[in-house]
Design a protein around this ligand. Structure first.
Ligand SMILES: [Fe+2]
Ligand SMILES: [Fe+2]
Length: 288
């Protein structure tokens, strides 16, 4: 059970989350790691239930589920609720079998070093803010007629903490800039060129540039990310003659618009300890 199943965006899709836990168990993975847009919505009852259900299924399967934050996770609330509850490796314990890796977190599994950097820019930010204010107007009307005591729709659909700031990243890299074997993020590095949903938009570039900076500082052999809802593999330079193999993972089927989508696009098995010869393969072009 030394392997890790790395899983793309779940967006609170319970069926796909539970299917992924089963895939982890079938592939000798005692750990499953979701690379953001997990569905951390504990400001809602349905979000709290989702956490409960995933943790219980993980317990039954003998798997611990970990995740980092995507743009659609309310990470401020995770910190508020669980900063004081950490396991021996520094993960925040949200449920007994469900743990959150905050931005810049580092750990070692089976001799393989990891770092996690969550966050990304929402391209539908305007739509989400408009919907929040419509909900707020409706609540205001109900408040006036006495059918609702209190409501605050802000921070329910769009989360102001969604992307890292430059200051946040500076502080994280200043605290520790040593290399890692495996980098896990939500957003893509600026340099990768997938053929679908590349998010080549000016508002997305600052955070992609931050992830690129992380790649060039930590120089991982492997970098796995989500957010594009598209499965691709590519090698990018991480400085000098070193190369990083980038694996973009697909999302849950409800969020997948790529025509050739298959459930298997949304996960990959990482065997530990991570085979560093992949790095040499990538450098020589064998790893596509
Ligand atoms: Fe997503
Ligand atoms: Fe995302």
């Amino acid at each position: 059970m030394g392997n890790v199943l790395i899983v793309g965006d779940l967006h609170g899709n319970t069926g796909h989350a539970l299917a992924s836990v089963q895939v982890a168990a079938r592939n000798d993975c005692a750990k499953m790691f979701v690379v953001g847009d997990f569905g951390a919505w504990e400001h809602m009852l349905s979000g709290r239930r989702y956490f409960d259900v995933v943790s219980k299924a993980a317990k039954r399967a003998g798997v611990i589920v970990y995740f980092l934050d995507g743009n659609h996770d309310k990470s401020s609330l995770l910190h508020e609720m669980y900063d004081g509850k950490r396991d021996d490796e520094g993960f925040l314990i949200c449920r007994k079998f469900l743990r959150y890796a905050p931005r810049g977190h580092r750990w070692t599994w089976e001799g393989t070093t990891f770092a996690a950097f969550g966050g990304a820019r929402s391209t539908d930010k305007g739509w989400r803010l408009a919907r929040e204010s419509r909900k707020e107007e409706q609540a205001e009307r109900r408040r006036r007629y006495g059918s609702l005591r209190q409501s605050d729709a802000s921070g329910t659909l769009w989360f102001p903490e969604e992307e890292m700031t430059d200051d946040e990243l500076d502080a994280l890299l200043e605290a520790d800039s040593s290399p890692v074997d495996v980098l896990l993020t939500h957003d893509k590095p600026r340099a990768s060129r997938p053929k679908f949903n590349r998010k080549d938009r000016p508002e997305c570039f600052p955070n992609q540039d931050r992830i690129q900076r992380v790649v060039q500082t930590l120089r991982p052999g492997l970098h796995v990310h989500g957010h594009l809802h598209f499965r691709y593999t590519e090698s990018i330079s991480c400085g000098g003659d070193r190369w990083t193999r980038v694996e973009g993972l697909g999302a849950d089927p409800d969020a997948s618009q790529y025509p050739g989508y298959d459930n298997e696009d949304s996960w990959m098995v990482l065997q530990l300890p991570y085979a560093t010869e992949l790095l040499a393969d990538a450098a020589s072009g064998k790893a596509g």
